[in-house]
Design a protein around this ligand. Structure first.
Ligand code: ARG
Ligand code: ZN
Length: 894
């Protein structure tokens, strides 16, 4: 039964003080909760208290102001505790419950990971610990006393400052923590275990010394330096850019191996999936380092955007997540290459969020209803949400955005608010009307923008005509226009930027290289004046809005020109993408048409259709030869659009044929560019004298080199295979080691098997590295690979109870067009079986695995039919979780 945004009502009481006592034990854990209630109702007859709970809570006693509540005055059900006959005015409620964290495989609430106790409460896990108003608008100050056997649990942590600690009888000890800041229960955390700690400190701008502690399992203590360094950089950046300082004397990070998501921003006690903390050059890739930097910062930034100002209800999740993702994106842009970061983020959005927005689970960044909130920790709420926050900055400028943030904190510090409050703060601080941005919060679906242009030589005017429409999404057929800031530049014949004079605009005459057009109607015209020659337009620069852009009359020559000359990294990359798209769409049509010459091979049909055009080869060659170009940018330019983007463009395409076409193009390019690829590999190899560093400059060289090796692997030559195996063996860091192995994993050759088995032997005791080994094999397009994936499920290295293991086996498998989309339906059946198995253990993980079903309409009708059968089989299974049901049911209805 869904919850609706429109039904929001405050609770009849507020809880402003929470005293928790945990008696941790191996058999069971007792939780004593002492809550101070304050009336929040009208009138003078006290209403009932209705608190959330979960069926694994064992209620031991209920007292009001120290006196037992008589049986007839309370009711317990699987999900609720209801208490009547409460006193007028404030009172204390004491609840004792018993739980079994050791049996909690959902990893929500209090559970055990590698023998240690830990918690995950967002969104609704606190109700698995004790009965409570488990919602974000009830803010209280917490004290937490933890009691546990000292031997196995020497470290006892919770939020805030350590107030007291000491010995108890029977080898037990205790610690009492006090958090001075009011918070919703989803930010509560507790950790108890045997952990090693790495210590550092940071002094804030106003001179407060903050102790920084990172806790990990003993064997990992030498892999936390990078996370620590990232944390300090994030603390400094938030002071410099937003004037935000940390507010306590202690900040803790704890890494755990069993965690549903990436990490969690619990007040002063962030808990992380260990893969986002632990890194050494030997075990982590450049991408891992970059991700660690970004996520450590993200969780730290939540201290202000999420914790000090939190959400009124879970529909507002994007208020904290969209904003915090935007902040971590900007942080990473400042730490690394801004242009490359923007390209990566835009590319990820297109690859993963656009399909979500076009599929059965499409929802606005602020959803109107949900059954399981966990299902809405989505790319839409996070990543599209971040793009919507970026719209404010694009419209207001950085200084205007900062003014809005300042007012937001001034108004709302210590409270739980809505997305509308954020927009109001931005608008009021800048004295502008931003109501037009409201539609972005209400409408699902990616807006499609069409642009056509015309040059009037005698009037020297250049007209940009833009129209927009958003396609219908499930349950939302009518769409209004949204406000789209469209950043535009004009390039002259020799690639030079033209000065921009936008008619009727205040910015007239001083707009610089780019102008931001304000598209807010279904269709609008913008006129540039004093344009000396017919320009080539560079559109949606810096990915100024999360839209799908179609440019009428844009020629291949225009695109090649932009790849050569555009100074905007996103627009330049986008031009290269468009070249690749157009080619593959054309070749797919030829490949799929077996009517003319049924006996020809796919490669023959593709070359008969013109094959890979010389112009594209030349454009790629120019990128490879451009020594001044950042390697990461070059690698991005050389990356062809992926299967999901192409699938979305070709109505009901056969995913396997589409994959073969892409493979054909890669191989053709490799053949024609071989000397350039080999030269780029040489040029970008790290000299033996230089030590590995995960910094952006060195990583950029590796990403380009490894991109080139990937192309060379496609040649299918034995000599290349042995070269790759040699590189794999000689690699001095995980980035190069895994890249060489990844290239081999796509090739059916003996070096593939040798590499995979050597890799496992070398790394079998390193959890996080084994995950990479699983993921590589699972994603492989080598035909018949399903059997190998099924075998991996039985492999001693695979642990189905661990979310990372599931994410590294099942999710990569789904990304293999050849094996997941096998025509006999075996891939779909395997996914359905796996979902049902995992659902009994952890429904959040199972629901994430079910998301491919929300995309079934993309595929050819045969595949739609067999995918539906499997989705139906899942939906019909008795005892299915609400999480999975919500996802598959939507997939079937669409
Ligand atoms: N707030 C966390 C973050 O983005 C994620 C928590 C996810 N929890 C969940 N139940 N899905 O940093
Ligand atoms: Zn977050």
């Amino acid at each position: 039964q869904p919850v609706y945004r429109k039904d929001y009502k405050p609770t009849p009481y507020l809880i402003d003080q929470v005293h928790l006592t945990f008696q941790l034990g191996e058999e069971h854990t007792t939780v004593l909760s002492d809550l101070h209630f304050k009336p929040n109702y009208q009138g003078d007859s006290p209403p009932e208290v209705v608190l959330n709970g979960r069926k694994d809570l064992k209620l031991q006693s209920v007292k009001v102001d120290g006196k037992d509540v008589p049986q007839e005055q309370y009711e317990v059900s699987e999900k609720l505790l209801m208490i009547r006959g409460l006193p007028k005015g404030p009172f204390n409620l004491q609840i004792e419950t018993q739980i079994k964290p050791q049996d909690n495989t959902s990893l929500e609430g209090l559970y055990k990971s590698s023998g240690n106790f830990c918690t995950q409460c967002e969104a609704e896990g606190f109700r698995g610990i004790t009965y409570f108003y488990d919602r974000p608008d009830v803010l209280a100050k917490y004290t937490t006393r933890i009691e546990a056997p000292k031997g196995p649990y020497p470290v006892l942590l919770s939020n805030g400052n350590l107030q007291a600690s000491g010995e108890l009888s029977d080898g037990r000890h205790f610690a009492t923590w006090e958090d001075p800041f009011p918070k919703p229960c989803y930010l509560f955390a507790l950790v108890a275990g045997d952990l090693a700690v790495s210590k550092d400190s940071f002094t804030t701008a106003s001179g407060r010394r903050v102790d920084l502690h990172i806790y990990v399992q003993q064997q990992n203590i030498d892999r936390v330096a990078y996370a620590m360094q990232s944390l300090k950089a994030a603390m400094k950046w938030d002071e410099d850019v937003f004037g935000l300082e940390y507010d306590l004397d202690l900040f803790n990070i704890v890494a755990v191996d069993d965690f549903n998501m990436g990490a969690m921003e619990n007040k002063s006690l962030n808990i992380f999936n260990s893969r986002l903390v632990l890194a050494s050059p030997a075990t982590a890739t450049d991408d891992d380092f970059a991700r660690i930097e970004g996520v450590v910062a993200h969780e730290y930034f939540h201290n202000w955007t999420g914790n000090r100002v939190t959400c009124r209800d879970w529909f507002q999740l994007t208020l904290k997540e969209g904003l915090t993702v935007f902040r971590d994106q900007e942080f990473s842009a400042d730490m690394r290459s801004r242009g490359v970061k923007r390209v990566d983020d835009a590319s990820a959005l297109r690859r993963a969020q656009f399909p979500e927005d076009a599929g059965a689970f499409a929802h606005p960044i602020r959803p109107e209803e949900y059954t399981r909130m966990d299902n809405f920790y989505s790319l839409t709420v996070y990543e599209k949400g971040a793009e919507v926050v970026r719209l404010y900055q694009t419209l207001l400028g950085q200084a205007g955005f900062r003014k809005g943030m300042d007012l937001y904190f001034k108004r709302h510090d210590g409270t739980a608010v809505t997305c509308d409050d954020f927009r109001a703060a931005m608008a009021d601080a800048n004295d502008v009307d931003l109501s037009a941005l409201g539609t972005w919060y209400q409408q699902a679906g990616t807006p499609a923008v069409k642009v056509s242009t015309s040059y009037n030589a005698s009037a020297r005017t250049y007209t940009v005509k833009a129209s927009q429409s958003t396609p219908a999404t499930p349950g939302q057929s009518h769409k209004d226009p949204v406000l789209i800031p469209l950043a535009v530049g004009l390039l002259g014949k020799s690639g030079q930027p033209l000065a921009l004079h936008l008619q009727g605009s205040k910015a007239n005459g001083s707009a610089g290289d780019s102008a931001v057009l304000r598209l807010e109607k279904a269709s609008q015209e913008f006129v540039f004046t004093e344009v000396p020659e017919e320009p080539v337009p560079s559109l949606c620069r810096n990915f100024s809005a999360p839209i799908k852009l179609e440019v009428e009359g844009q020629t291949e020559d225009d695109l090649i020109f932009l790849v050569k000359h555009d100074t905007d990294p996103f627009a330049r990359w986008d031009a290269a993408q468009r070249l690749g798209q157009a080619l593959m769409i054309q070749l797919y049509a030829a490949a799929a048409d077996t009517s003319k010459n049924g006996s020809s091979s796919l490669a023959e049909r593709c070359s008969a259709a013109g094959g890979v055009k010389q112009s594209l080869v030349d454009a790629f060659r120019a990128v490879l030869q451009d020594k001044a170009l950042d390697g990461a940018m070059a690698a991005a330019l050389l990356t062809l659009p992926g299967p999901t983007e192409l699938q979305a463009m070709i109505h009901h395409a056969d995913p396997v044929t589409l994959h073969e076409v892409r493979k054909y193009v890669v191989k053709e390019l490799a053949q024609q560019l071989r000397p350039d690829l080999e030269a780029a590999v040489k040029r970008n190899d790290l000299p033996a004298s230089e030590e590995y560093s995960p910094d952006a400059a060195q990583a950029a060289k590796r990403v380009l080199k490894n991109k080139c090796l990937g192309f060379l692997a496609a040649l299918g030559e034995p000599a290349v295979y042995s070269m790759l195996l040699q590189r794999f063996r000689d690699a001095s860091n995980m980035t190069d080691e895994i890249a060489a192995l990844a290239a081999l994993t796509e090739c059916p050759c003996k070096e593939r098997e040798t590499g995979l088995s050597e890799f496992y032997q070398k790394w079998k005791d390193e959890n996080l590295v084994v995950l990479k080994w699983l993921a590589l094999q699972a994603a492989s397009n080598v035909s018949g690979n399903l059997a190998a994936v099924q075998e991996l499920q039985q492999h001693p290295a695979f642990n189905i109870k661990n979310p990372n293991n599931c994410y590294s086996l099942f999710l990569p498998f789904v990304r293999s067009p050849v094996n997941f989309h096998a025509g006999d339906g075996s891939g779909y059946r395997f996914l359905a079986d796996s979902i049902l198995t995992v659902d009994k253990i952890n429904s959040q993980v199972a629901a994430r695995m079910a998301s491919p079903f929300t995309q079934l309409k993309q595929f050819d009708s045969e595949r739609q039919t067999i995918m539906k059968q499997q989705a139906q089989r899942v939906a019909d299974t008795e005892g299915l979780s609400e999480n999975v049901f919500e996802v598959v049911q939507k997939s079937l209805k669409d």
